[in-house]
Design a protein around this ligand. Structure first.
Ligand SMILES: Nc1ncnc2c1ncn2[C@@H]1O[C@H](COP(=O)(O)OP(=O)(O)OP(=O)(O)O)[C@@H](O)[C@H]1O
Length: 808
């Protein structure tokens, strides 16, 4: 089975820390890497051995002795007034209610039914007040609290919990208790059941959080049924306190080990199979190498990738790992053009160049099996990406290369230093500055797109805005616009970029989304932020500073027509935010992403045989364990696809479901989801998967047709992706899909050149009544959403006058 790579949620991390930091626990020999160093498990029975070292017991004893000392002799505990409340625990073994407790308003000796006072020497004394002492001898002559070899009494707290447990287990009948004592004991157990410490510690014997309350309740029943007077009184004396929890816990452990071996085994299996700790150990071959890591650290446009690629090209065998298909294609073209044979591998395409020893690939496609002299991992700060971060982490940890060049901003430098300390790799840092500083134009465009100039890149954060801006610029100025946004195929984006870079045409302005921030060589003179807020899938938020920097940094490129970069905003109100973002130092990343490989999910599935794949992912997320430097990547997208397939496609294996769930599909596009469902259904029936999609007749004449072209290309891209991830024979129309995809990318390019229509949205939304049509004469200045956002935030943080009035 191949290596796993993953992590765990912090709730467990904190528990692990608690356990690991308990030196009394760690003294118990063999270390269990999953939970802590505290417990040793017997491979034969697969049930944990007793976890406690005598060190812990002694600690508890010492504490309790020191606490109980104040209760000795003259100190007394008042018996609580009788309460009529009772539950099952009032009943004797035959289910009959203990009437003695109901009849009397006060105290009961276990057998005598009288109020008692326990004296130092263990004598019983009548009365309403119970004074508890260190030693007790029961009237029946049994040594309730333990008799030491010298014949003297040993305090309950000082006794071995294993011994105590066995005594309870073997007890034939319980001692009767006074009602107040009984009530106090209920409180003690209620306290125990809610104790975070106890539930944390119970994890170490694989009593899971969800099972802990059940285990605690059963233990309570057991204790009530079996407890002798001395033990009972001792716990009552401790009352609902941490001391009581710590006294009871070792007995609870003994009880659990004997009572719940199946639950323990099941939870242990689950925890072990979802262990994502120490991901660097998952790649033993890479660990056996002494790798040299070179971190090219600096802002955009500072020559990091250029220098790393020099080493890549000099190497005998090299791999370049790209964040985007587009960038992998760029490097593939560039390197081959320079006479170095280089192949290409992305999710959608494999271009093998004969005799090549170099490969340009997307980071998800990196092979950790092959050996390389030099590897380049571009945009290494993407390790912290909430969704895709795991791919960078895996590449860094797993690549078998003598020399690995990381290119990125400084945000992940410290975490890379930490990872290198774990892996034992040698880290070298090369720091860079921008070739030319980025200059902020304070004047801004004063809210008017008529002030756009040649060489400008206007950045907007939604497809709708991009087309609105393009329309407005083309309507009110003499400029023509190219557009670049995420939903466009890489070929079309490249075509648009070339059109913009080319001096000899009328396309001299670029309107783009944040997709412009990475991977394209663009001759931008000035980056203009149309807005600095965007929809994050939930609400409109200001664009994060790191992203603003990345995008603004595209202005001015060494060797281009515009080596000096400028940036500004459309709105004067947004300028401060832009300056603030540019001034902000790179925020240090504390955690990087991980995600399980199929084999790990499969192992985990073995523990939960009757759940759906989607539930399995959820459970994995809940139970997986991570070191402090890692987080589990978001997988909502995967779950959504998994859920759809679960409901509608039968006969897929777990591995098929896993792979289908990673297919690149826009989950918000019903058409694309429909095609994925169709592909999966055909695949599950083992029949050739058809493309079954007509080729558009020509370029788009309106936005609906443009959207249709985008969807069609995405579906073809998905078909190609599936053909590379599943049995080839089931996807026999790869050539056809490639041709169609190329043709559609061309049509998209043609469509964008003439696009001058009002954009549509994929989701049907009610039109806003006051919204003016941008095609109407005149030009409406867009509002600054950042300002609005900040204003709202301020309003929220300040109590309103109305609130003050109400309060007054
Ligand atoms: N030493 C050099 N000689 C010639 N051109 C260079 C040199 N260094 C960098 N360049 C050019 O400068 C531009 C920016 O370089 P590069 O892409 O390496 O920067 P970067 O820091 O990796 O930026 P980004 O993070 O935006 O990719 C590229 O067009 C590159 O070809």
């Amino acid at each position: 089975m191949s290596q796993f790579r993953i992590c765990k949620p912090m709730k467990y991390a904190s528990r692990v820390r608690i356990l690991s930091s308990n030196r009394y626990f760690t003294s118990f020999g063999q270390c269990d890497p999953l939970i802590s160093r505290s417990y040793q498990f017997s491979p034969a029975s697969d049930v944990p051995n007793r976890p406690f070292s005598t060190g812990l017991i002694n600690l508890v004893r010492c504490k309790l002795f020191s606490q109980s000392a104040k209760f000795t002799c003259g100190k007394a505990l008042y018996v609580k007034p009788f309460s009529s409340a009772h539950n099952d625990d009032d009943k004797d073994d035959n289910g009959v209610c203990d009437t003695t407790m109901v009849e009397s308003e006060c105290e009961f000796d276990a057998d005598v039914g009288k109020s008692v006072e326990l004296a130092d020497d263990g004598d019983y004394v009548n009365g309403n007040v119970v004074s508890y002492s260190l030693g007790v001898e029961l009237q029946n002559g049994s040594n309730d609290v333990g008799l030491d070899t010298s014949g003297g009494y040993v305090h309950v707290a000082s006794r071995d919990p294993i011994e105590l447990y066995h005594e309870l287990r073997n007890a034939e009948k319980r001692a009767k208790q006074t009602r107040p004592d009984w009530e106090t004991m209920q409180e003690v157990f209620s306290y125990f059941g809610k104790s975070g410490w106890a539930s944390n510690q119970a994890l170490a014997i694989y009593i899971g959080l969800s099972f802990f309350p059940t285990a605690a309740q059963k233990f309570r029943k057991f204790f009530f049924e079996k407890s002798s007077a001395g033990i009972f009184q001792y716990v009552v004396m401790l009352g609902p306190s941490d001391a009581a929890v710590k006294f009871l816990f070792p007995i609870f452990v003994e009880y659990c080990l004997e009572e719940f071996p199946d639950e323990i085994k099941r939870f242990r299996g689950m925890v072990e199979s979802a262990d994502l700790t120490k991901p660097h150990t998952w790649f033993p071959f890479a660990r056996a190498m002494k790798r040299k890591i070179i971190y090219h650290c600096g802002p955009t446009n500072s020559g990091k990738t250029y220098n790393a690629l020099q080493r890549f090209m000099e190497a005998k065998k090299g791999i370049y790992c790209s964040p985007l298909r587009l960038l992998a294609m760029e490097v593939f073209d560039k390197v081959n053009a320079l006479g170095i044979y280089c192949s290409l591998q992305t999710g959608q395409e494999k271009k093998y160049v004969p005799f090549s020893y170099h490969i340009a690939c997307t980071v998800e496609m990196v092979s950790t099996d092959d050996l390389y002299d030099v590897a380049v991992i571009d945009e290494i700060q993407m390790m912290s990406d909430q969704c895709r971060g795991y791919a960078w982490t895996r590449a860094l940890l797993g690549l078998k290369a003598d020399e690995i060049h990381l290119c990125g901003d400084p945000s992940v430098l410290s975490i890379v230093q930490k990872i290198c300390a774990d892996t034992g790799d040698e880290l070298h840092e090369h720091h860079y500055e921008r070739f030319k500083p980025l200059v902020v134009e304070a004047k801004t465009l004063l809210g008017d797109l008529k002030n756009v100039r040649s060489g400008d890149c206007v950045v907007a954060f939604s497809r709708r805005e991009i087309f609105e801006v393009k329309m407005a610029i083309e309507k009110h100025t003499n400029h023509r616009c190219c557009v670049i946004y995420g939903a466009l195929p890489p070929e079309t984006r490249r075509h648009q970029a070339n059109l913009f870079n080319d001096q000899d045409n009328e396309f001299n302005v670029l309107v783009a989304s944040d997709a412009v921030g990475m991977g394209l060589n663009l001759n931008i003179r000035r980056v203009v932020f149309y807005s600095l807020s965007k929809y994050n899938g939930d609400k409109i938020v200001p664009v994060p500073a790191s992203q603003v920097k990345q995008i603004a940094g595209r202005a001015g490129r060494r060797g281009s027509r515009y080596p000096d970069g400028l940036t500004t905003t459309l709105q004067l109100e947004d300028l401060d935010y832009l300056i603030e973002c540019l001034k902000q130092p790179f925020e240090e990343v504390k955690k990087v992403g991980l995600f399980p490989f199929f084999e790990q999910v499969e192992l985990f599935a073995g523990q939960l045989p009757n759940v759906t794949f989607c539930q399995l992912l959820e459970k994995f997320g809940e139970n997986c364990r991570l070191d402090g430097s890692y987080f589990l990547c978001r997988h909502d997208h995967i779950k959504k696809v998994a859920n759809m397939l679960e409901k509608k496609v039968q006969g897929l294996s777990l591995e098929d479901r896993f792979n289908f769930s990673f297919a690149p599909v826009n989950i918000r596009d019903p058409k694309a989801m429909y095609h994925l469902l169709r592909f999966a259904s055909a695949y599950s029936q083992n029949v050739p998967v058809n493309i079954a999609m007509g080729m558009p007749k020509g370029s788009a004449r309106n936005d609906a047709e443009l959207l249709d072209l985008e969807t069609k290309h995405q579906v073809l891209s998905m078909y190609l992706w599936l053909s590379h991830h599943f049995k080839k024979e089931t996807f026999p129309y790869v050539k056809k899909a490639e041709t169609m995809a190329t043709d559609i990318a061309d049509l998209l390019g043609q469509s964008l050149i003439k696009a001058n229509w009002k954009p549509e949205t994929r989701q049907v939304r009610k039109p806003k009544p006051q919204q003016k049509d941008a095609s109407q004469p005149g030009y409406e200045r867009p509002r600054s959403l950042v300002k609005l956002y900040e204003k709202k935030k301020l309003e929220k943080s300040l109590p309103s006058k109305n609130t003050e009035k109400v309060a007054a």
